[in-house]
Structure formats: C-alpha cells, structure tokens
Design a protein around this ligand. Sequence first.
Ligand code: AMP
Length: 631
Amino acid sequence: MRYEELYRRSIEQPEAFWAEQAKAIDWHVPPQRILDDSNPPFRRWFAGGETNLCHNAIDRHLAERGDQLALVAVSTETDVTREITYRELHREVNVFAAVLASLGVGRGDRVVVYMPNVAEAAFAMLACARIGAIHSVVFGGFAPHNLALRIDDAQPKLLVCADAGMRGGKVIPYKPLVDAACAEATTPPPKVLVVSRGLDPDAVRVPGRDVDYAELRARHEGADVPVEWLESNEPSYLLYTSGTTGKPKGVQRDVGGYAVAMALSMWAIYDVRAGQTMFTTSDVGWAVGHSYNVYGPLIAGATVLLYEGLPTNPDAGIWWRLCEKYRVRTMFSSPTAIRVLKKQDAAWLRRYDLSALKWLFLAGEPLDEPTAHWISEGIGKTVIDNYWQTETGWPVLTLMPGVELKPVRLGSPGLPSPGYRLRVIDEVTGRDAAPNEKGVLVIVPPLPPGCMTTVWRDDARFRSSYFSHFKELLYSSLDWAVRDEDGYTFILGRTDDVINVAGHRLGTREIEESVSTHAGVAEAAVVGVQDEIKGQVPVVFATLKASGVDEPARREAAAEMQQRVVDQLGGVARPARVYIVNALPKTRSGKLLRRSLQALAERRDPGDLSTLDDPNALEECRRALERGSDF
Ligand code: AMP
C-alpha cells in the first residue's frame, strides 16, 4: 500500500481504518464502538473493548517468542548488560506486579516511578499496566521540587525509585532527592519501594515507609499475577509535561487506543516487526522512552535496547558497536545526541558493521541541516526527522518507510501520520494559511488513538490548554509551522513560552518562579537562547530588590539563582547565563517582552517596540549582554 492511500483512508473512513488496525492487538472483549465522538473534544476509541498493555507487550508473545530477547538493558555507567528474553521478562514483571499488590497497589492507583534507564524501570511500568495501576514516570534529572509537584498532583499510593543513577562515572544518589520531595509534598506516598543497584547502601532508611525491592522480590519469586482487563479508555499512565504556567500538566493516556497506535507506528513508521531490533536512546522518563523504549517494540514482539550512559563513553563508537552487536534495524535518537557525537572523530561512524541498520529517526527538537547531513553521510543511512509531542505519544509528522519512503526534505519532519487531520491556520483569523505561509499547526478533532485523553483530573484544563485558541474546536500544537505545496510541513518554533533544551521541554515560567524564590530577586525573565549543542538554553535576566549592588554581590546573587534552579528543577533547567539588570523591558500594560529579550540575546532585531514602556530597560539589557553574564 502506498502512503497516500493509507493516509487518505485513515481520514476518510476513520472507523473502518482503525477497526482494521485494532486487529493487531489482543482484546479480551472486542470494542463495541470504534469511535465514540459524542462529547468533543473528548473522544473514546474502541469503547467497550477490554484489553491490557502488559498482556499485549509480553504474554501474547510467549508461545511464539518466549526465548527471543525482549529487552537488552546496557549500562556503560555500571558496565552491566542484561539480556532479557520474553519469558524472563514475563517472570520479572509478574514478580514486580506481586510486589506492587503486596504493597496495596491495585487498579486505578497511581505509582510514581523515579528511576534511571535500568531494566527495573520497564518492569515497574509493565507491572503497573498488568494490574491496572497508573504509572507516572518522572524523569530522573528532575529535582525534588519538580518531583513533589508531580506527587501532589498524582497522589500516588507508592513511589518506586532506584538507590542511585550514574552519569559520566559519577554516582547521583536518587534516594535523598526522593526523601526531599516526600518532605515537600502535601500528599507524600505512604510507601517508597527502593530498587538497589548497590550504589547507595543506606538508601532504605525511613522505617515504616521505605521497602527494599530485593527483599520483596525474593518473597514473591515465581508469582503468577493475572492480567487485569481494562476498558479501552481507562487511564494507563500519566506523563507530566511543562506548559506556560508553573504547574505541570498530567498528560493522561488510555489503554486500547495507545496499544493500537503503538502497533501501527512500529511497522508503518519505524519499519520494525516481530523479531527485529530497535534501539531507542531516550530516557524512560520522556514520551519517546515510554512509547519506543517500552511499549511500542514489545507490543510489536521486537527486541528493544535500553541504554544508560553517555554516547561518548567509553568512546564515541559505543552506539554503533551496539548496533552491530544486536543487529539493530531502526535507531531512534535526538538531534542533540548527534550534535554531541559530531564533536568527536567521524571515523567512529565507519568502524562497525551497520549492515542491519536501515533507519535513524531523530525527534524531540528541530533537526538542523548540517547535523542531518553529517550523520546521514557518516553512517550512510536515511535519517528521518520526526515531529511529535508528549501529548500525542507518537509521531504527528514523519516519513513512513514501513509503508513507502517518500523523499526526505531537509528541515521538514515530513507528512502527517495516519489519523492526524492537520491544518496550518492564521493565528488571528483562524483561516487556512496558503502554502508556504506561516501559521499555527492544529489537529482537527477527534485526536487519533494514542494521543492524550485528558489532563489528569482536570478536563477543564485539557479544553482550555489545547482547544480554546480558535473559534472552531481545534487542538493547537502551540507550534508555528509552514506547509509547502506538497504537504511537507516545517516546524518554526513554539507560540508559547515553552523552550526546548536538548530535546527536553521546559516552561520558562517554571524557571522564572524558581529564580524568584531567591530572597534578593525582584523580578526575573527567562528566555530560550540558541545553543550550538543543545538547540536552546535558558538565559535569565533579573532585577534585584536592592539598588546599587556592586559587581561581587551581583555575581554572588547570580550564582545563587542558578543553583536554586538546579536544586528545585534539576540540572536540565540550569540557566546557562544570568544577567542582572536594573529594569526589564515591559509593555505599557506590564507584560514582559520576552521575545525582544530573546532576540537581543540571539543578536537579532528585537522587533516591534511600539508597546515598550521604558526604552531604557531594553537598552540596559543590551549593555548587560555586551558586558557579559554575571554568571
Ligand atoms: P515534548 O512534548 O517534550 O516532546 O516537546 C514537544 C515539542 O518539541 C513540540 O511542540 C515542538 O516544539 C518540539 N519538537 C518536537 N519534535 C520536533 C521536530 N522534529 N522538529 C521541530 N520541533 C520539534
């Protein structure tokens, strides 16, 4: 089948199309209705159907591929490689599920998972899915404050963590961060399950609350935990993401729609089928990690590689060595990771046998042309840019080599995935933009299977965050885009105050709030500034309450602000530079002119300044930029 035919059918006959796709997974009770669209913008895919993600990811493969590798967890930090077959994965997940049940976790309960890329992170997720508990994985790079916010929103019955992670040979104890988050949270979890990697011997330390996984695992060895059949639209997991306010949104995913979308994306987009291997370099804490480090490849009966470590350790050939060793067919990474490799000797790209490797997918942030060229020429493979969001759970724009490889157009993530009815529309009038004219990328509801169903316990926020931007009921991606005559779409950046640091999405408001907790700070503006490696980095402009502060005091305050962000939000949000100024540029109505600041910091024209209240403020920021950062 050709791409156009598949796509057209998904749009013109969505129910027939998705009914066919739904056959790719096992149903305990078949769907009664393929699409219930009676209450937009909410929609229910495969209503009345009953299924289970863990059953589809593991149990149903046992008869045919019990001895095939399911998960290969490689850590170049601890120098441990674990090769786990489907049968072994089944055993481990059953034990983990029994442990969860013994701690009182059941259907509908939330479990926060705070772990690095170790096999147990996948066991924990799949075990939750098995018993109908809702996991909420929090990226291990997030600091206690961030973790506490997510705990308070999800109100988990249990938190599962590792004793520690490692980065570049340095042990990063997780447990003190968990303890701090639990102390800050209003509704801390009653139990904390600690998976010990032998990196922090004192990790299990709060009596009555902390429990040791190894101990419980031994007690439940050989357990057999039946799968809990869930209605297709029950929540499977939450994944928090940054928006324009300081409070992260709990993106909620369903069961049936997600399983079907995963199954389709695996063969049609990633071109990976049962028995083949996919290597995804993401962290399990991100959307890509959920979909293509765990659920997608396993639902497809494939082998998935999970990697903990830097792409350059022990040397810049490690990823390609793994591709050779495990005969990886499709690799999935990010532009930032490739830009890191680009600083290394290109000879590493040609040292290993990559004959099994067909495709390299890159997602999460704009893919610049030099990076795309460098890697595609270096490894001699097709590089495919992928555009999606935490909210969508799988690609919105991509090429689909599993169906038909359309020509790559550099700078564009390509064409719409099946089920996505996309438009580019004028921000003000809501009219369709002409080809090559800039507008906002929107999805015409119903959102396809796999996309978020709502914001956790906040339907109103789901509506207001995504569907209230235009007169018509449309999902706003909050990204600018242009579409050329052939339908290739180019993404031009966010319409809101979200920035993208090394593929990680951060709200500038969150960082501003964190900086403002410093007692000396009067006001702060945070903008995303272009960076050679990370795409963007956060840069702070702040005013102090005290006037006439001398340089040493300024430097000290700036360093403290930076540290505050690291402590509260984590290293991912660390401001690259802090500029202390006497005034911030604002409109007459008092709105911060972040865009003008960003333009100044990127040495661009600050744009229309007619609404500027005090021209001196902008001039001062310009001078501060010339003077150099205070930290
Ligand atoms: P996240 O939810 O963290 O995956 O971030 C989603 C945002 O990242 C999108 O709204 C885009 O702004 C950006 N993004 C993701 N993939 C791409 C891509 N391939 N090209 C350009 N921007 C992207």
